[in-house]
Design a protein around this ligand. Structure first.
Ligand code: ZN
Length: 136
């Protein structure tokens, strides 16, 4: 496995516009874009910061894992995303090491492939894996 960098740190929020206000005003970050991710029942905003990004995530339905997380624990850190060069190879390697995965097959989204590792496998932290793809 070749981890490249922390691609982003994600924060779950109730209201993406209010949260954007804080991150833009307080740190002078600039919004790159807001994206609907129907498969994850969420809306995400990306704010580049150096080599990484802050990702604000808002659930768009009340019946997702993300919505449950927000309901139960309130706003806060949701996951960190580690960028790798080959997500399929990484998942295969993790699987062979017995690491518990949420997604055994990566999901393809515009510009990236992604998968989650179970927080129980990673010291209580939800870890997302990203591989950037050409159309990024
Ligand atoms: Zn993420």
């Amino acid at each position: 496995m070749k981890p490249i960098k922390i691609n982003h740190v994600a924060i779950v929020v109730q209201d993406i516009d209010a949260a954007l206000n804080f991150w833009e005003q307080t740190f002078g970050l600039k919004l790159d874009h807001v994206e609907d991710v129907p498969s994850q029942k969420s809306k995400v905003a990306f704010l580049p910061l150096g080599e990484s990004e802050i990702e604000l995530v808002q659930p768009t339905t009340s019946d997702s894992g993300l919505a449950n997380f927000l309901e139960k624990r309130g706003e806060g850190m949701h996951h960190i995303c580690i960028e790798v060069s080959d997500i399929d190879a990484t998942l295969a390697e993790l699987k062979s090491k017995g690491v518990r995965l949420i997604n055994e097959v990566p999901e393809e989204l515009p510009g990236r492939k992604m998968a989650f590792i179970h927080p129980k496998a990673a010291n209580g932290v939800l870890v997302e894996l990203y591989q950037l793809t050409e159309n990024n």
